[in-house]
Design a protein around this ligand. Sequence first.
Ligand code: NAD
Length: 484
Amino acid sequence: MKRSELQQKARQYINGRWESGVTTGLSENPSDTREVVAEYARADRSQTEVAVRAAGDAFPHWSQSTPQRRADALDQIGSELLARREELGLLLAREEGKTLAEAVGEAARAGHIFKFFAGEALRASGGEMLASVRPGVQVDVTREPIGVVGLITPWNFPLAIPAWKIAPALAHGNSVVFKPSELVPACGWALAEIISRAALPAGTFNLVMGSGREVGQAMVDSAGVDAISFTGSVATGEQILHAAARRRAKVQLEMGGKNPLLVLADADLDRAVDCAVQGAYFSTGQRCTASSRLIVEAAVHDAFVARLRHRLAALKVGHALERGTDIGPVVDRAQLAQNLAAVSAAREEGAEHVWGGEALQRATVGHYMSPALFLARPEHRIARDEIFGPVACVLRADDYDHALQIANDTPFGLCAGICTTSLARAMHFKRHAKVGMTMVNLPTAGVDYHVPFGGRKASSYGPREQGRHAAEFYTSVKTGYVLS
Ligand code: NAD
């Protein structure tokens, strides 16, 4: 492996100090696997417990801090993220593999999230006063921080997802133990480094890195962690749900998706193809909101497929930092193997191959593959299982009602989109799609940072993330009665 001059040494941040781990690990650049991006410290269960205790000790102090103090700290973190978006985007593109433009956009988004929650720290400090049903009694309803929150994140948005958990946790007065995915430790460390300069009381924010099975599980099992917010796969999420329920810890899960994009006969077809390309293939299809099921009305099916195929042929797959790259590499060897296996399975089960799905060679050795498109039937696995790569299928629908029925026929329920020029159809779809987010004439992926994010069914569990709704998870409601 090549040691780059950009290589980071990422340490744990526990109780206000930078600490070595019990072992070390390496993260590599998926665009050029010879390049080590970071050598990072890996914690074990007992070091994780130290971080949990530090967060517990800091909680009384931070939870009593003024809204102004919290707002100032979050605003400072947001400003630094925004000012350093290019540099952080470069790190993110090197470690996760999304294109530089996408990565810089994600760094900026993380900054905006902290700025938004700086405002929330001030806005959320009130409560509700109500008249009691009993004479002379007054009732107030206030929100209090929950305590120590454990935040466990995936690799695909290594700055934005941690930001949308850490910022509301701190804004609402909680202390934090944050565990990033082991594929993107340098991004987690870079964010922690910025947070470390915000003068939070020692122990208020802690970073522990390491394996999910050891560090993540230790957080989930620890009696010192009052609530767990997790984003990742359904399998891990379900394990966490059961473990947290056993000790009655509050839990919030954001998991997979198999998001439909409906294309109706009256749609603007160029816009529909744009939505499909962006939603299914950008960020290498590694988004929980990716449009992996393109459900197209029979009247425009063939024209849509022909135009989409044409667009796919023109997309440039390459090094994340290379100018002109549309699609960067897959995040690692295991995910690439999984994507290629899904493509082979699609061929075997009789889905019709339209384009791509092959491993590609580039000037540097990386995990490259061409965007894949199949024509499938709803019962095919390619139309049912989340693949989490640049792989999508087109499903033919007889009419709108049939398209809606296919769209809802999935265990997932994160996001659903429709391309149509009919207001009536769009409004019907918004009401009847069994998901947490709907899009009309927009890609299913790509959401705002100041409004709720989340889904239904196997996609999500617990209160929504982001925006004002984040308070549902990061606070506990207290009702007070006073006889005056
Ligand atoms: P993953 O479940 O493998 O890992 C997610 C995190 O959980 C990592 O930090 C990992 O170390 C940790 N972990 C693993 N085992 C654990 C355990 N037993 N206890 C506690 N923590 C554990 O997921 P991933 O591969 O990093 O991410 C891809 C998945 O994330 C996809 O399924 C995707 O749909 C989902 N995702 C969902 C959203 C959303 O908001 N709905 C957003 C992004 C990604």
